[in-house]
Write a protein that binds this ligand. Structure first.
Ligand SMILES: [Zn+2]
Length: 90
């Protein structure tokens, strides 16, 4: 590092005095869950009383994708813990 670029502790501290993180504002949704302000609720999908996210369809989609992923893994032979290939001798 060039001497010209060198900063002392005081200058570094002054610069970093503006870098503090602020905790996210969370408030209670009308469904009772905590949600972030200016964001749709993750549990009921509503924002300002209107339904923004179809949570039921999303849950169905996630389940379908998880199932498909699991079957793909099983067909490729990477998942071996749930199917018993070697039988115990006792
Ligand atoms: Zn909600």
């Amino acid at each position: 590092m060039v001497v010209r670029m060198r900063r002392n502790r005081s200058e570094t501290a002054k610069r970093r005095s503006h870098q503090a993180l602020v905790a996210a504002q969370s408030l209670k949704c009308e469904c009772g869950a905590l949600r972030l302000s200016h964001r749709a609720c993750a549990s009921c999908g509503k924002y300002r009383g209107r339904i923004i996210i179809d949570v039921v369809a999303r849950a169905k989609r996630e389940a379908r994708r998880a199932k498909r992923r699991e079957t793909a893994l099983r067909e490729s032979g990477q998942v071996t813990e749930d199917k018993k290939e070697e039988t115990p001798k006792s």
